[in-house]
Design a protein around this ligand. Sequence first.
Ligand SMILES: Cc1ncc(COP(=O)(O)O)c(C=O)c1O
Length: 491
Amino acid sequence: MTDISQKPHARAASGDMPPEEFRRHAHAVVDWMADYLANVGEYPVLAQVQPGEVAARLPASAPEAGEGVEEILRDFRDVVVPGVTHWNHPDFFAYFAITGSGPGILGEMLSAALNTNAMLWRTGPAQTELEERTLDWLRQLMGLPEGFHGTIQDTASISTLVAIAAAREAAGLGVREEGMSGRDLPRLRVYASQEVHSSIDKAGITLGIGMAGTRKIPTDAEFRMDPAALEAAIVEDRAAGVHPLCVVATVGTTSTTSIDPVAAIADVCERHGVWLHVDAAYGGSAALVPELRHVLDGAERADSLVVNPHKWMFVPVDCSVLYSRRPEIIRRAFSLVPEYLITPEGASVTNLMDYGPALGKRFRALKLWMVLRYFGAEGMAARIREHVRLAKQLAAWVDAEPGWETMAPVPLSLVVFRHAPAGMDGEAADAHNERIMAAVNATGRAFLSHTRIRGRLALRLAIGNLRTTEAHVRAAWELLRETAASMHASA
Ligand SMILES: Cc1ncc(COP(=O)(O)O)c(C=O)c1O
């Protein structure tokens, strides 16, 4: 039997890891992290494991006696790391590429050490005030006017959920008090384009609006919401006794990064008294680049807007920002103060628990603050600008290559394209591109994802990782071309 008295952490019958032991292991962990970040490109980007393989290497139950950190870290290296898909990899091009940047990771480490929970101002004065100040910096960097108040949520899905709950509160239907069922309520409707992210439907599911409560508005040739069709839908719904609640305009849709005409949509919302929420989860970051700030034209008239620093602002997951011009409505929807949370500061301070369904609130602002300070406004803009340049470069290569085609405009840093050589179309082309993607992803040298554009399968190559250079994009493109050519030849 193991003599646990010999293990350093077992010296005390209770209590935490001794500080000197923590220091030693923390140094080793940081060394590992620095090496990892330096060499992340050496790993296969997509984990080369089968479902269940990692679980099979983990014991079925927790250890009875404590174990040493060396042993735990050995399993981290040998069992966990091989099962990791490396989002920090320069050849990660799937979904929306992201970065756990150096300053962001440092912020994350410090927030774990402080372990604050700013549900109330007094349980996190610095956290509360740093969050408000940092989000005001970001508001200015994005060109949003004064009056937009920000709070950090975990994800865009939750930010949007909070925004639609606020829209429901603003409608004055008494849902907070009376709920949605067992009484006479009109059908509530949320409007969004056919390209909208599934998180809007999920918010509808969660808020009792239902999937049928979200009406998808047609888009134009460039996948942007048609404001005239939106207005017609609202008028038709109203005439049928439906209550139009909220319009979600997207700046940077998931499939193609199309940008809805927010100003024209804001006109419609104002005419009909409907809450406007802008989903700029991905595309909002582009507004940090002065010459791209126009992506948010019209958003200054939104009631709420979400942007995700954990997408294209180099902040480690998770960190989503919900801005609103009507924070008092969010508070009206969510503030609920039981006796045990009453404080002497009362309403003279911001209590972050009032801005969403969660009570507890971790210190996410620290990593965003450190990223913005370390890179500065110019550094953020330069990096995002470069990603847009790389995407346009790739799109030019694709369009110049016989047999290949881009399938949507490239306003930001995503290229949507496919291999469709002469004589191949329809389902055959879909299956061919699916095979190309699977073969490329299996190499571990690049990781792409896909979407469907007007029913046809398309490859998505998203650029957003700080370590990605033109050489990485070129290598991925060469790999795609070679793979497609060899598959086509052997078909
Ligand atoms: C446009 C858009 N909105 C919302 C989301 C959801 O983001 P999150 O994972 O933060 O909930 C995504 C995710 O990619 C997205 O692309």
